[in-house]
Design a protein around this ligand. Structure first.
Ligand code: ADP
Ligand code: MG
Length: 671
């Protein structure tokens, strides 16, 4: 049997049960429902009952204590419900028992109908009392007392019950108030929860959108991941390859390290050796320098022994189209050492035609013998000739002025000897290019011993005692702007040609370019004055400067290579026309300068106090290349033709005179 509970307790229990369901709003009572009522309203709801109970006395009160509907449900009350059913009329002690049972069980029982005033008193013990006789006043009194007692008891009981019910009501009201407060709290909570729910919905929406977005991103990322995976596979492959390479490299490195340590040991020993070598090298350098100085001394001694003035005779070959000379016209007798000795003698046979013609007998021949430092027969090559002068040229590097002349009649081969043959044939290269190449090469060798050389070239021609620059370029090219020979500075021994170019040279090509330029300049001049080149002296000069910075040594000397003007004389028997007069003047100028050259050499040889350098431009220009410390070489060029015999003899005689000269001991121009 279901235990009976107070309706308020039941509500409370329900609320208590519903509390955990706060987060399930759908199950909470909705606003406007019966739970919305506060405690006051609830009291109001109870009020009619109260009123009724007041009216209905105890029986009605008992009805209000019915557990379920009356207190909390708002049901329309029908008349039948509001009107308590009539209970059987009980009197006596049973009355209190019945009421006590009703109160005890809390069961809705039939309300006791209000007793109408004047109604019969309740019966006692359920038995209708026997009616006393009217006379039994005592008995009647006794009955009335009993009834009164019963009513008193009942009244007392009802009062108690009433008190209880009022307590209960108060309690219920308190509970109702508490419930109302709780309800408001819950409503607040509900509102908050709803707001939360709305927010949650919104968040959910956002989250859904975010999820979609993330899903999209995920798709992209997955694609990316696939790509990366592929890449990773490739990279792994590469990594494996690299690892293999690394391994290989490490292996090599190890091998290299082993080799390196070996090499380091080797390097250490090599360094030691290098130090030893360096010390040795210094020592060798010292020795080498000593030897070089000794070489220079001996070289000079040798040159002196050979003579500071040397004369070489060179006979050119017979050119195509020229008459072959009669056999024995030119002879090259062997020296004391036989044919192995280089020839130094030349014999010229000259037939005295006048004597032969007069006597009618074959013309007798006269032999003219000449002896020189060296004679070059017609077949001698340029290289052979240069070989003989190479040592002399080298003296210029050692600081001795060197001067080489080519003397002879026009067409005897002077220019060929000095500059070389036409056509750029290397075999036909003359002394100037060969000498310079030799100088550059020796200077480079000496560079290894600490010497530094510089070379400055000039090339002028002296025609009719006027000096002209053969290296002129630009507007001055080909024009005979006169140059002057001057001292380089006040008190200076050095001579310089004004208006002439001095060109630094360091290689053959530069020299070749200068020779080419000189040829062009001569060619331009030739158009205005025919064959002027053979009527002028060409002077190629190279100023050589050397320095040994380590030892503070310096040397400087000029190398002069001179292609002299044709030495031929004018035939005194020839009639003098206007052209010849000019020619005569040229010839006189040439002869004068050539004889001055001879005189200068003689004066130097004889150690005369006055040397007539200034008598000609040529000797003045060559002043520093002749004399005391200088070395001189004269080529006397001879034509092989019999028709030139007279001029050849003249040249040979002049050269012989020169050859007899000895210039004092040469001194190197050392500073
Ligand atoms: P020069 O300068 O004395 O007037 P060249 O040097 O011009 O004489 O020579 C005249 C000609 O003879 C030129 O054609 C030249 O090539 C030629 N010649 C001179 N010497 C020789 C030689 N040793 N070998 C070959 N040809 C030569
Ligand atoms: Mg010439």
């Amino acid at each position: 049997m279901e235990p009976q509970r107070s309706p308020l307790l039941e509500v409370r229990g329900n609320i208590e049960l519903k509390r955990p369901l706060v987060k399930a709003p759908s199950r909470l009572p909705l606003p406007g429902t019966r739970f919305k009522r506060g405690p006051d309203q609830m009291e109001d709801a109870l009020e009619p009952e109260k009123k009724r109970t007041r009216g209905l006395n105890t029986v009605t009160k008992i009805a209000t204590s019915h557990p379920r509907p009356p207190a909390l449900t708002v049901r329309p009350q029908t008349q039948s419900q509001t009107t308590a059913p009539k209970v059987p009329k009980k009197t006596g002690p049973h009355c209190s028992t019945a009421i006590g049972t009703v109160l005890k069980n809390q069961k809705p029982g039939p309300a006791v109908p209000a007793q109408k005033p004047g109604a019969a008193p309740p019966t006692l013990g359920g038995k209708k009392p026997t009616k006393r006789p009217a006379w039994d006043l005592k008995g009647q009194l006794c009955d009335l007392n009993a009834e009164l007692k019963c009513y008193r008891e009942r009244t007392q009981t009802l009062n108690q019950e009433n008190q209880q019910l009022q307590d209960q009501l108060k309690e219920a009201q308190q509970q109702a108030r508490a419930l109302g407060a709780e309800c408001r709290t819950l409503e607040g909570e509900l509102a908050r929860v709803q707001a939360q729910a709305e927010q949650g919905q919104q968040e959910l929406g956002n989250l859904r959108a975010r999820v979609l977005e993330l899903e999209e991103q995920l798709g992209t990322q997955q694609g990316l991941v696939q790509e990366l995976q592929k890449e990773q596979v490739g990279l792994q492959e590469e990594r494996r390859g690299l690892a293999a390479r690394l391994e290989e490299q490490e292996r090599r490195l190890q091998a290299s390290e082993v080799a390196l340590s070996g090499s380091q040991a080797e390097v250490a020993s090599l360094r030691q050796e290098a130090d030893t070598q360096a010390a040795l090298l210094v020592e060798q350098g010292e020795r080498l320098h000593g030897l070089e100085m000794e070489r220079r001394r001996l070289h000079n001694q040798l040159q002196e022994l050979k003579g500071n003035i040397r004369v070489f005779c060179r006979v050119r070959p017979v050119l195509p189209g020229e008459p072959t000379p009669s056999p024995g016209f030119l002879l090259f007798p062997s020296g004391p050492g036989g044919s192995s000795d280089p020839p130094t003698r030349l014999s010229v046979s000259r037939s005295d035609e006048r004597r032969g013609t007069l006597s009618g007998t074959p013309a007798p021949t006269t032999r003219h013998d000449f002896s020189f430092d060296r004679v070059f027969p017609p077949g001698s090559g340029q290289d052979q000739v240069f070989e003989e002068i190479a040592m002399l040229v080298q003296s210029a590097l050692d600081g001795y002025p060197v001067c080489i002349f080519a003397y002879g009649q026009t067409g005897s081969g002077k220019t060929f000897t000095m500059e070389g043959g036409p056509g750029g044939d290397p075999q036909a290269e003359g002394l100037i290019p060969r000498a310079l190449r030799h100088l550059f090469s020796v200077a480079q060798e000496l560079g290894g011993q600490g010497w530094t050389y510089s070379f400055v070239a000039s090339y002028v021609e002296i025609y009719n005692e006027t000096v002209r620059d053969l290296l002129a370029t630009g507007t001055r090219k080909g024009q005979s702007s006169e140059c002057e020979i001057r001292r380089a500075g006040p008190g200076s021994e050095e001579l310089t040609v004004t208006n002439a170019r001095y060109v630094p040279v360091s290689c053959e090509k530069e020299v070749e370019a200068l020779l080419q330029l000189a040829r062009q300049n001569r060619a331009v001049a030739r158009t205005s004055q025919n064959e002027r080149s053979s009527r002028s002296h060409s002077v190629f000069q190279l100023q050589i400067s050397g320095e040994h910075a380590g030892r503070g040594l310096q040397c400087a000397a000029p190398l002069s290579l001179v292609d002299l003007a044709g030495s031929e004389r004018l035939d005194p028997g020839l009639a003098l026309g206007p052209g010849e007069r000019e020619r005569l003047r040229e010839t006189q100028a040439i002869n004068s300068s050539l004889s001055t050259l001879g005189l200068v050499i003689m004066a130097l040889s004889n150690k005369e106090s006055h040397v007539p350098y200034r008598n000609s431009k040529l000797t003045y220009l060559l002043q520093n290349s002749l004399g005391g410390s200088a070395k001189m070489l004269m080529f006397v060029n001879i034509s092989p033709l019999e028709e030139n015999v007279s001029e050849s003899l003249n040249s040979l005689r002049f050269a012989s005179k020169v050859n007899q000269c000895v210039i004092g001991t040469a001194q190197a121009n050392r500073k």
